[in-house]
Write a protein that binds this ligand. Structure first.
Ligand SMILES: Nc1nc2c(ncn2[C@@H]2O[C@H](COP(=O)(O)OP(=O)(O)OP(=O)(O)O)[C@@H](O)[C@H]2O)c(=O)[nH]1
Ligand SMILES: [Zn+2]
Length: 330
């Protein structure tokens, strides 16, 4: 388990000769403090990071994220505090660009089995650009994603017909869509079956109904609603705390995230973006040029399929907006 790397620490810790290390799961992160649940005993601790973790690659605003498996040692057994020494290798991460620091990434969560993207056509309306950006981030780590269109109770017939159209775009690409009303408890059975035995990430804009849905799915986390809505009213998007909840009724975990306003894509090169659009990935080898950007080149299979209406225009526009490197606001 623990690697031999305690020699450098001996200089600082003269008294403690040997530090016993344990493994745990990070279920909450405030940026300074982390809730760590021990892997074996399931005991909960408040952890902080000793020194700086050196992470390869891009700069991150949060070195440790919800979902991380960490190696820790006990600091104060009475106060239940621990020191986090290291992160175990991550299976995946969902990253977005930091809104505070340019060129920094922010890890929304790590080690997830799937994501449930909550969108809505009611207020605050989710743009297709936002949906597509999230799907690209998830594709880049092979994270299966479901799209839950919430607030169905507020929609008129035209909007529902439009949702059927969206479903016909996204489902063939592998993104199952479900229409729900978290408030009225409608159609939640499908979501309940999806989250069974899995660690699922709940994401979406602020106000789409993530907390409302969480409370319906997890009877054991009722108290969270007030906390979250009070927080949201005070001022949204100022901080980014995600939290993982154990779903006692469904034997899984849900990670709730505060609303994401914009989703800047991080860590994906411009010429890789097409690989994370399944409909582009599937046909790009039929383009005449193997470095085709699918924007203007002759004999581009992607452009042909866009013109034939087989690749959805909205998806192609999202692709263009992403390779141009602008943000997701129109
Ligand atoms: N009509 C209707 N309202 C809903 C539905 N789901 C949520 N709402 C309402 O939408 C508002 C925002 O819901 P929240 O659950 O706080 O949204 P959130 O996504 O958690 O927002 P943040 O915590 O800020 O990220 C609340 O007033 C909810 O009652 C729904 O299915 N139908
Ligand atoms: Zn092409």
């Amino acid at each position: 388990m623990a690697k031999k790397k305690s020699t450098s620490k001996k200089k600082k810790q003269v008294v403690k000769v040997e530090v016993e290390k344990f493994q745990g799961l990070v279920t909450k992160s405030t940026g300074l403090w982390y809730t760590v649940i021990d892997y074996d005993t399931k005991k909960s601790y408040q952890g902080r990071l000793r020194g700086k973790l050196k992470l390869k690659g891009m700069k991150l605003t949060n070195p440790i994220a919800v979902g991380d498996l960490v190696e820790y040692s006990l600091e104060d057994e009475i106060e239940n505090t621990v020191i986090i020494h290291d992160i175990l290798p991550r299976k995946n991460v969902i990253l977005r660009q930091s809104t505070r620091k340019k060129y920094h990434g922010h890890v929304i969560a790590s080690n997830i089995d799937q994501a449930i993207l909550i969108a809505t056509l009611a207020l605050p309306k989710t743009s297709l650009g936002f949906i597509d950006r999230f799907l690209v981030a998830a594709e880049s780590y092979n994270v299966p994603t479901y799209i839950a269109f919430n607030k169905d109770d507020l929609l008129d017939e035209d909007s529902r017909a439009y949702l059927d159209e969206l479903k016909s775009i996204y489902e063939p690409l592998g993104y199952k869509c479900v229409r729900i009303s978290a408030l009225e408890n409608s159609n939640l059975d499908e979501i309940k079956s999806i989250i069974q035995d899995k660690t699922s990430l709940l994401v979406g804009h602020s106000g789409v109904g993530k907390s409302t849905l969480l409370n319906k799915l997890a009877s054991n986390v009722q108290q969270r609603t007030d906390e979250v809505s009070l927080y949201a009213e005070k001022g949204k998007h100022t901080t980014t705390f995600a939290e993982m909840f154990e779903l006692k009724d469904h034997n899984g975990h849900l990670i709730d995230t505060p609303g994401i306003k914009e989703l800047g894509i991080m860590g994906i090169e411009e010429n890789e973006i097409g690989h994370f659009f399944p409909e582009i990935r599937d046909v790009m080898h039929d383009c005449k040029y193997n470095n085709c950007t699918h924007t203007h080149e002759p004999h581009c299979r992607v452009l042909e399929l866009v013109n034939e209406g087989i690749i959805a225009t909205s998806r192609y526009l999202s692709y263009l907006s992403m390779i141009e490197g602008d943000d997701n606001r129109k």
